[in-house]
Design a protein around this ligand. Structure first.
Ligand SMILES: Nc1ncnc2c1ncn2[C@@H]1O[C@H](COP(=O)(O)OP(=O)(O)OP(=O)(O)O)[C@@H](O)[C@H]1O
Length: 261
């Protein structure tokens, strides 16, 4: 059943003498179990607002957000969020950061340790358990943030430009790592990016959004992440004819939307 958004709109009220902002207008979206949905679009088209709705940080002005048929009434452990700025606790080490949510839930120390070790291994951070997080590279810190998000075993992983601050090479490696984890854990994902290439490579569903008012303008099914999980190399996929053709089509759509706005 997964996540279902029905005719959802968000209006931020007028403030400081400015007019109200229609950040999202009449959005319909379904994210099925195991689906990797990627939202792409110009700045201000409502991507983060959509993520905040799904996370339960924000209620829609109208419409419905349903998870497995039940209305989303606020944040919950079944939806974990990874932000661009990883929001780690700098005075704690890697394992303490990864286990932090479990500690808040009151899980016993041994159980916390076991779950944290599992995800530290999955994210390729073994050997760094006791390192203070400030001593790690940006890419490693982001992996700590992803490991922490996975510890609550969320049904849906929400990622707001998680790789935006990484250098190009680290970013490509992180894309592959996230796809491998997605494939292994079969989670549903909602992922925001500004990179067309990243969106096409990672998603099974591409949501192209337009601004003023923010809305879903186009939805595409994507085959490329499945090819990666079936063993094709990321470079070969990104250099393939159909990938390049779709990348150009999507860029043309985004530029046309920009000019029309
Ligand atoms: N709390 C708020 N109060 C008023 N307006 C807001 C608020 N948050 C966002 N907005 C406005 O709503 C619109 C959508 O913002 P949102 O952050 O969702 O877009 P975005 O696509 O995520 O942008 P970006 O890519 O720059 O992060 C923008 O016009 C923004 O200025």
């Amino acid at each position: 059943m997964g996540l279902e958004i029905r005719d959802a709109s968000v209006v931020y009220p007028a403030a400081d003498g400015r007019a109200p902002v229609e950040a999202l207008s009449r959005v319909d979206l379904t994210i099925r179990p195991g689906e990797f949905a990627v939202a792409l679009g110009a700045s201000g088209c409502g991507k983060s607002t959509l993520l905040n709705l799904i996370a339960g940080f924000l209620a829609p002005s109208s419409g419905d957000i349903l998870l497995n048929g039940k209305p989303v009434a606020g944040p919950s452990a079944d939806r974990s969020v990874v932000f661009q700025k990883h929001a780690l606790l700098p005075w704690l080490n890697v394992v303490e950061n990864v286990a932090f949510g479990l500690k808040l839930q009151g899980r016993p120390r041994a159980a916390r340790q076991e779950v944290a070790e599992k995800f530290i291994g999955l994210l390729g951070l073994s050997g760094f358990e006791t390192s203070p997080v400030y001593s790690l590279s940006g890419g490693m810190q982001q992996r700590v943030g992803i490991a922490r998000a996975l510890t609550s075993d969320p049904k849906l992983l929400l990622m707001d430009e998680p790789l935006g601050a990484l250098d190009a090479l680290t970013r490509e490696k992180a894309q592959e790592l996230i796809l491998n984890i997605w494939h292994e854990t079969q989670k549903s994902v909602f992922f925001i990016t500004h990179s067309v290439e990243e969106a096409l490579f990672m998603g099974t569903k591409l949501i192209v959004m337009s601004p003023r008012p923010g809305r879903i303008a186009h939805v595409f099914d994507l085959p490329f992440s499945k090819r990666f999980c079936d063993g094709q190399s990321a470079r070969a996929i990104k250099a393939s004819q159909d990938f390049i053709a779709l990348r150009e089509d999507v860029l043309a759509i985004i530029f046309a939307d920009e000019e029309a706005a």
